[in-house]
Design a protein around this ligand. Sequence first.
Ligand code: GDP
Ligand code: IMO
Ligand code: MG
Length: 425
Amino acid sequence: MVDVILGLQWGDEGKGKIVDYFAKDYDLIARFQGGPNAGHTLYVGDDNKKVVLHQIPSGVFHQGTVNLIGNGVVLDPVTLKREYDTVESFGVDLKKNLFISERAHLILPTHRALDKAAELSKGNDKIGSTLKGIGPAYMDKTGRNGIRVGDLLHKSFTTSYIKLRLKHQRLLDNFNFDEDISVWEEEFFEAIEFLKTLNIVNGEYFINDHMDKGKKVLAEGAQGSMLDIDFGTFPFVTSSNTISSGVCNGLGVAPQKIREVIGVSKAYCTRVGGGPFPTELEDETGELLRKTGSEFGATTGRPRRCGWMDLVALEYACMLNGVTQIVMTKADVLDAFEELKICTEYEINGRQMKQVPFQMNHSKIKPIYRDFRGWNTQTSSYRDPSALPQEMKTYIDFINNSLRSQVHYISNGPNRDQIIKLGLS
Ligand code: GDP
Ligand code: IMO
Ligand code: MG
């Protein structure tokens, strides 16, 4: 069976920390989509040293786990090599415990260039892409032009590369993109040689063999449900299915094999990049959330947009994913607030609704809020659920009563041990 950990909002919910926390209970951790647009922050070791992972699964710091980069991922060999060295500097033996699906598609230097050129051409309508080449790489996958990790082991790789590069060059010329990317290409070919030395496997048999042997498997998502290519705030989304259905085609796992779906949500909302964000606070309260929560992108360093908890979007994400447990992260960030708000409905053209609309981007959504008293207590050292302030319990109870899924854990700090399992009634 496979359990899943994924994001329920617009990314950066704290998935990395939560995967790292649960990894001790699993044998195999597998990333099923996305690429180096992800930035998953962990604090590991006795001295809680910070590591940001982009492509390597977040279970890698637990001895005894095996980690798989699945076929649904788009892989940048250059970022992978850099990340590989960082992880090994912590004494982790990746030769032994990192495996890569031969069906994962490669991100080429020209994919990154195309991402940049396309964003520049959009002007004010730009998506706010991380510029890691994600969109162009997935376009080549669905357009049936892409190059896969397994292709590296065949003689035809160079021919395929030249052919695809030529196609990209024509597109870049149309965009009048004339930046010199020869340094990127040099790094790329070096990293390709390195990638060839890693454990390249048939991912779908690899994961199913593990399951057949009764091993416990955890699938790790990247981005968040509101960035899903089908159900997110299109076109301000990423280019993969970030929801639980992505586990099946991103790893080669049958739907009946999925057991727990653990959804990670912050106690408030953030978003980085463009696109609709109904509960965004463009005032000093938003600034306080950003400052207290250190809300700056783990991949790009951009300030994250901040706002109140949005139950309309969260319930939508619970429905799409079949969430069985919610982990609510960054509860401690709300410690400093006298008053809190939760959005329970959207008002659009004078009509109140509890559903995420099709034209989220073009609608003028007014969030309808319910007010809560803040707990005004430092909670980051708490470990016992019964000791939590009554105001926090009221906040969580309200969320639980409003959703089809329940909050099972509260995360109250970035470190591994800052998590509380709630005793549910
Ligand atoms: P991910 O992409 O979902 O893995 O999340 P990121 O790593 O991009 O962003 C989450 C940020 O919040 C990181 O800086 C984490 O170290 C931090 N974090 C995670 N959980 C908590 C928490 O419960 N409290 C606080 N204060 N920080 C947290
Ligand atoms: P993790 O896994 C937050 C956002 C970008 C942009 C849009 C498209 O750390 O939660 P892309 O580079 O995918 O073409 O960008 O999606 N985005 C993320 N936002 N966390 C992420 O990953 C993200 N990955 C992409 O900011 O708005
Ligand atoms: Mg992140």
